[in-house]
Design a protein around this ligand. Structure first.
Ligand code: GUN
Ligand code: ZN
Length: 429
């Protein structure tokens, strides 16, 4: 395979930016280049230096656009691609009236395959190169999800939701079948190419204690595999959860009891937390995931990013399609900025772009593979055009610094600002 050399302005994060002026947290090459060999980054740096190693490479000139690591979305629902923008409800009614009926359709492998094609087109069209998804309860949805990712050579994580109560019959499994199906899918897909399986009990409301035990057994047998669930998103959800698990000290106590907590767990939402839960999160290294467009759309509440970080907790950020309203991690950062404004917290642009790249990779423990442009990592790259729309171009006339440009992308950008997306070195447009 011929080497590829991408030329443009190159931004690569080394650590979490600690402030609006923390330029030590990243490398920025105004005339930079990325050399790609066999889907892996061979070198990143100044064009004049990188070209020395890539004289024979095919050159793609992206100047004056900005190149950075592909975006990572740490929480979304593959079978909800046709649920986005369903009107008028909060979490539990929204699940019952829109989401569950839609997810029943994924029993059909043809439907699941068609949706997978569309889903991945949307992801890469929005600059997302890795995502962590809940599939439906059906194995067919997981097959479609990983087969299409494999065809595109994308690093994708996901798993079948385990749910054995409080949902339509077509959408429920049993403790035993959820264990068997998850294990079969995990053994088939985990580590196959770039795939990563995720053990996925949907949330405590849709799992009996017996199913929680099945999830516990899977986690104990596969300690290297990620786990995902939802927690403390909505006040009615929390009240109902406490009714279903009256012996638990709090919501998180349920997941604690079944030994699901630890650095491998992603806990969607985590808005209305009790102090004991925050302490437990810090102690176990568990990761909350902030889903701003969803939290606003479903009226769930305002995530306390600074409060959690002050306790030493590292948070992911994600779209939560289809409670979330956009595939765009730029729009996710936009709405996230506004949520945090309402909390009197501010995330500056350097940290925002670190968050959707290296930050999310660190939450997943995958920063040696994705989330940076470091040599030896997988060549997932996004090319950003901050002048993509006339309104952005007009605003950009007054922009002088990289931080200002990033903020324009964060607030005004969407899929139109994605000039190109590379997955393992292959252009997707
Ligand atoms: N809690 C349990 N399932 C879901 C879901 O599909 N979306 C959201 N936003 N919250 C959930
Ligand atoms: Zn979710």
């Amino acid at each position: 395979m011929t080497d590829k050399l991408l030329r443009g302005r190159v931004l690569n994060f080394k650590s979490e930016p600690q402030g609006a002026d923390d330029t030590s947290a990243f490398d920025y090459f105004k005339d930079g280049a990325i050399l790609i060999r066999d889907g892996v980054i061979a070198a990143t740096g100044l064009f004049d230096d990188v070209i020395e190693q890539g004289r024979d490479a095919e050159m793609v000139d992206h100047r004056p656009n900005l190149l950075m690591a592909g975006f990572i979305d740490t929480h979304l629902h593959f079978p909800q691609v046709q649920v986005l923008a369903s009107w008028g409800e909060q979490l539990l009614d929204w699940l019952n009236n829109y989401t569950f009926p839609e997810e029943t359709r994924f029993v059909d492998p043809e439907h699941a395959a068609r949706m997978a094609t569309a889903f991945y087109d949307e992801l890469t069209g929005h600059g997302t190169t890795t995502a962590v998804a809940y599939c439906s309860v059906h194995s067919s949805s997981v097959e479609a999800y990983f087969s299409e990712a494999e065809r595109r050579n994308m690093r994708m994580l996901g798993g079948k939701v385990m749910m054995d109560r409080n949902a339509p019959e077509e959408l429920t499994d049993t403790p035993q079948s959820s264990y068997d199906d998850s294990k079969m899918l995990l053994e088939k897909w985990h580590g196959k190419g770039r795939a990563g399986y995720v053990i996925s009990p949907r949330f405590a409301i849709t799992s009996t204690p017996q199913q929680m035990e099945a999830a516990q057994a899977l986690v104990a047998e596969h300690p290297d595999v990620h786990v995902q669930t939802h927690m403390s998103e909505n006040l009615n959800e929390i009240a109902y959860t406490k009714e279903l698990y009256p012996d638990a000290p709090d919501y998180m106590g349920i997941y604690e009891h079944y030994r699901l907590l630890g650095p491998k767990i992603l806990l969607g939402h985590c808005i209305h937390l009790e102090d004991r839960e925050i302490g437990l999160m810090a102690e176990t290294g568990s990761h909350p995931v902030f889903c701003p467009t969803s939290n606003l759309f479903l009226g769930s509440g305002l995530f306390d990013d600074a409060g959690l970080r002050a306790r030493g907790i590292s948070n992911g950020i994600a779209t939560d399609i289809g409670g979330g309203t956009s595939y765009s991690m730029l729009q996710t950062l936009n709405e996230g900025y506004k949520v945090l404004q309402l909390r009197r917290q501010q995330t500056h642009a350097y940290r925002a772009f670190w968050w959707v790249t290296r930050g999310n990779a660190e939450v997943l423990g995958l920063e040696d593979k994705i989330g940076t442009l470091n040599a030896g990592t997988e060549a997932d790259v996004v090319v950003l055009d901050a002048c993509a729309t006339s309104a952005m171009a007009l605003r950009m006339e007054r922009v002088e610094t990289l931080a200002e440009e990033l903020f324009v992308l964060q607030i005004m950008g969407d899929d139109r600002a994605i000039a190109q997306t590379y997955v393992a070195g292959e252009a997707q447009k």
